[in-house]
Design a protein around this ligand. Sequence first.
Ligand code: DAH
Length: 346
Amino acid sequence: MFLEQIEPLRQSALADLRGATDAAALEQARVNYLGAHGKFTALLKQLGTLSKEEKPAAGKLINTAKSEIEAALVERRGELELRAQLPKEPIDFTLPGRSRRLGKLHPLTQVTEDIVRSFRKIGFVVADGPEVEDEYHCFDALNTPADHPARDTQDTFYIENPASGAPPSTREVPSSSRLLRTHTSSVQIRVMEKQQPPVRIIVPGRVYRRDNADATHNPTFQQVEGLYVDRGVTVGDLKGTVEFVFKELMGPETKIRFRPHYFSYTEPSFEIDFSSALTRKMGKEWLEIAGCGMVHPQVFENVGYDPEIWSGWAFGFGIERIAMIRYGISDIRLFYENDIRFLKQF
Ligand code: DAH
């Protein structure tokens, strides 16, 4: 009677354990058979009630069954734990890995870094200044008078003074007004106010103008300013420096020429044209690329430098223009659209 109960119980225990589909079901099956009130535990307890003759055979059989059930429990637990770690979706481990494509620097960043690298070779350091400027640093200190067209509210973004109700376009703009800087030249003043000569800086940075965007204009663009102040600085130093940098940027056969021009903060002033395979590709021998000149004595006076002791030169040019010529890009707006198909070409 006792012996006959062992085999069916063993079989149903093994079936339940092996058929458990998760850890909770497995635990339930264990409790059902091997727990304190489990069916198999109950059978084990009955062993004590058997006669001396029956006991050895029954004990052997029931212990073998018990070990078998315990082994099945351990095995199933291992299987379920492994399965829990596996991904839910089928995975083909033999597929080749998916590589991430590396990003790139924006073409304007690349050109800026090239410009900075060239100037560093000849001892220039990078300086920085605020994009929200005041009229003094953007214009007055640069010897640009109040009636100069560059100061027109239609040419520049003025920032509304919260104290005054009227919008800037309808009121007379006081000289302390704040504006978005129209050129990086304002940083010349900021640097000279803070340090004594010699000065040898370049200033890459963002500038703003009230222009409508078209193929060659954008209300915000980037410039690089350069300033060199020391004793006995000449136009020859200016030319030599500009030539060195443009040869580095645009190729060793690049030529430059200076044309007389007017800027209120330099005297004499020049526009710089350059000529290379790149300009010829655009159908032109010479292309205008930058403005420059010898720092105006009044500018030195404004920052407290003695113009009898110090002389210097300054220049400024647009980074987009350099990048457009270098890469043959015909529309400036492409730089700001951030279309990956455009950007990944550089
Ligand atoms: N600030 C001028 C511009 O935005 C460029 C420039 C011309 C800068 C002559 C200079 C300079 O430092 O000397 O067009």
